[in-house]
Design a protein around this ligand. Sequence first.
Ligand code: GTP
Ligand code: MG
Length: 554
Amino acid sequence: KRIREARCSSTEAAAAALKEQQASSSEEVPAPKTDTRKKTFSEVLAERLEQAQRTVLIDCPSKINEKKFLKYMSSHGNIKNHFFYESYGTYAVVEFSEKDSIASLQGVTGNPQFKDECPVPFVSRIFTLTLKNPPSQASNQTPVHCHRLSTVPLGELIRKLCDANSVSDQLHMLTEEYQLTEENTKLRFLTCSLIQDIAGAYFPNCTMKPFGSSVNTFGKLGCDLDMFLDLDEIGKSTTRRKTGPFNLEYKMKRVPSERIATQRILYVIGEFIDNFGPGCVGVQKILNARCPLVRFSHQPSGFQCDLTANNRIAMRSSELLYIYGSLDPRVRALVFSVRCWARAHGITSSIPGSWITNFSLTMMVLFFLQKKTPPIIPALDHLKELADVQDKQVIEGHDCTFVSDLNKIQPTGNTQSLDVLLGDFFEYFGNFAFNKYSLNIRKGKEQGKPETSPLHIQNPFEQSLNISKNVNAMQLERFVSLARESAWILQQDKGPSSTSGQPWGMAALLPALTANNASKGARKKRRTASERIKGLLDSLKINNPSNGGKPFST
Ligand code: GTP
Ligand code: MG
């Protein structure tokens, strides 16, 4: 069993099993077994969604006696976890041990009174807490420690990176700085759960699940919150009788297609969010996109939200990325660093257009890692071979089957350091024959391009589609020339021992103002900003109007 574990599980699990084996071979008492099994995507999701349902959000005064606040809240039940953060005011996230505590809290909550306006009486899990007697209570209050929800500024990141010992350290450091924190993840699931309460007013058994970078292990602080309204459990009664003389079905309204049903559902939920959703502003219903969505800003959490429905393939893509991101620590470090590099140079943008998206860029990094000898991550077809019967999934006629148990995937034998991989990445794509080949994640190989788009990355599930169809030739050229330049900079790099005080390694690839090269940096920054604007304008000119929408134009 030990040997099997060592072979099949993750790198850490293998190391733990090896330690245990060594301990027993030298006749020492083996250490107690810890559970090193990595959780599946569905397990993580289910755990966090349940946690979010026991959680409330409280708009508090910025100065508050934390102890008294917790004592007050715990009169409704045991508090398992709490933290504070700032977003249009100070908020507390309070997780109770039991869901019932929320009903108890709601039982003592009143409606707000406004002078010239009227409240919409929608009861939610977002509350406002005020001091009963502010002047006399103010002296006991202290500012609470607020959790940071955004990344450090680029200049500060660069300074930090310069203190690292190697490029590899720099990439891990960057990942640490940029990745979603435990608190941020909790807030994302809570926000989904709050929106689920709204959708639940129409569809009591629905689930609102986060997908995309909030859950795929590649989320950066500040990234948008992609939500998927799952209505699939509705009507799947487990007690449905298979025998007997009758069949019983719900009487339901009919519409000509699933797309129209999705559009109508999103339209109505979008209206509800707009009219009654506490803290939801700027609601846009983008129902004619390939994947219809409702976009809005959730002010209490500060998240920009994209709500979609009937979007199972994107959920499956998120799980696939979760698997790749969990297999080897180098994967996330390289993806985070390449994404940061691309954003800093205006290769990617938060505005939809003809530039490379984060999703495409992530796929490019994964493809590069599949192409290494030996591969650092397996091709999707290999993950399909490892799948069990319960992993089988065909969505809208597309085979989306792959293994869900991470522990079944053998760790790679490739030990190349990130110092090497970063330079290789830029060199590889700086010289890739984009005019001839398409990137195929399913096979882990390039293949002839089926159509003429400048960049072709095959959609791993809807295989006739290109996920980077929106990218125009100019944006691809910018990527290629920056990749070449970065490969060259890394080749010349003297490393941390350089005495010039100049940014080195990853820090030298990021265009920001630093103390030592302020004037050079300022010139470079000015140039980058004007280049970026030029790029934006050119892209708008060339942009194909059919692919401007995000997400899922392809
Ligand atoms: P961020 O930029 O950090 O938000 O990355 P993201 O991965 O969340 O990307 P985005 O919010 O644009 O899209 C959310 C998810 O939708 C992605 O993770 C993919 O699963 C899917 N998606 C996005 N763009 C495309 C696309 O062009 N084609 C397809 N098939 N799926 C896409
Ligand atoms: Mg996203």
